[in-house]
Design a protein around this ligand. Structure first.
Ligand code: SF4
Length: 64
């Protein structure tokens, strides 16, 4: 799976970080960073939940 975040849409509210900290992290100056652009399948449910939670619909999950 491949995860991408549209930084133009992201408002850094950290909802995805709370759902899946293995993949999403906020920097000290409130910038979202992707820790894993290609997470393992064991993280799929959490990544997809994070994408659904994002109020800005900034997270896209596709297959490699
Ligand atoms: S949930 Fe969406 S808007 Fe919030 S930090 Fe994550 S990507 Fe950005």
């Amino acid at each position: 799976m491949k995860v991408s975040v549209d930084m133009e849409l992201c408002e850094a509210n950290a909802l995805c970080v709370m759902e899946c900290p293995e993949v999403f992290q906020l920097t000290d100056d409130d910038k979202l960073i992707l820790l894993k652009e290609h997470p393992g399948e064991e993280l799929r449910a959490k990544v997809e939940a994070a994408a659904q939670l994002c109020p800005r619909l900034a997270i896209t999950v596709t297959d490699d």
